[in-house]
Design a protein around this ligand. Structure first.
Ligand code: NDP
Length: 254
């Protein structure tokens, strides 16, 4: 059940064609927000098809939300700037930015290639910086930024030097931006998900996954809806006095 009301609000969720991002965007759509469904336009068009399919489903909700489908590679500053201009022209501004797009390229330090290091930093950290920087001019006063970090940014997880560095970087960026944007009543918070059941998990070996499960007191993996519920709270008017915080959503792991 969705308890928050986002009618009249414009929300952008990066990487929302699937996984956690799709769960977050769907929750905002059910709460009546005008949604920007963002995807990365891969060469074979799979992501565009997935994005259009989700948009079609969401438009059929009883709330009949407006869903715009826009693409940008978050690693490319010019594309992110163009995305924000597109949102300004189409929606007249932005109320809520959720930085969700991210990738995983796990490998021990010894085996990690420079390409793997840079790919994760560019997507998971540079991408968040670009989205915040170019959203800044179109974000309305009393707006909200929610960054999807990870418990990897709080505790060390084997094989994740690139991912942990990027996600810890997002936490640092969140704390600074919270201070810079507070005078406009814009709050900036981060969520640190634990292990959430999405396609990203496919890249984790089953024995590693079994080890993760042992450490989750709640006794199950998280679902995208678990993250979406936390995002909606931090994006709501009711959370206006909470800023610069990191909320672990981990089933009790952290
Ligand atoms: P998915 O792989 O299912 O989804 C990732 C999303 O990021 C996709 O929509 C993808 O777009 C988008 N994306 C990737 N690269 C780019 C890019 N260069 N430009 C634009 N979009 C891009 O992962 P999850 O849903 O599991 O993860 C979502 C977020 O949650 C990530 O930031 C992840 O690090 C974080 N997280 C996930 C956890 C988990 O256990 N699943 C745990 C902790 C944090 P497209 O589909 O168009 O390719």
């Amino acid at each position: 059940m969705i308890v928050f009301d986002f009618r009249g609000k414009v929300v952008l969720v990066t990487g929302s064609s699937r996984g956690i991002g799709a769960g977050i965007l769907s929750a905002f759509a059910q709460a009546g927000a005008t949604c920007v469904l963002h995807f990365w336009d891969d060469p074979d068009g799979t992501n565009r098809r997935d994005a259009e399919q989700l948009a079609t489903q969401l438009r059929q909700l009883p709330q009949q939300p407006t869903i715009h489908v826009f693409s940008a590679d978050v690693r490319d500053a010019a594309q992110v700037a163009a995305l924000m201009q597109q949102i300004q022209q189409t929606c007249g501004g932005l109320d809520i930015l959720v930085n969700n797009a991210g990738i995983l390229r796990d490998r021990t330090l010894k085996k990690m290639t420079l390409e793997e290091w840079h790919a994760v930093i560019q997507t998971n950290l540079d991408g968040v910086f670009y989205c915040c920087k170019f959203a800044h001019d179109i974000l309305r006063d009393s707006g909200r930024i929610v960054n999807i970090s990870s418990i990897a940014g709080l505790i060390g997880v084997h094989g994740q030097t690139n991912y942990a560095a990027a996600k810890a970087g997002v936490i640092g960026l969140t704390r600074v931006l919270a201070k810079e944007l507070a005078r406009r009543q814009i709050t900036v918070n981060a969520i640190a998900p634990g292990v959430i059941q999405t396609a990203m998990l496919g890249e984790i070996k089953p024995d590693v996954l079994a080890e993760y499960l042992k450490q989750i007191p709640i006794g199950r993996l998280g679902q995208p809806a678990d993250i979406a519920n936390a995002v909606l709270f931090l994006a709501s008017e009711e959370s206006g006095y909470i800023t610069g915080q990191v909320l672990p959503v981990t089933g009790g792991w952290v």
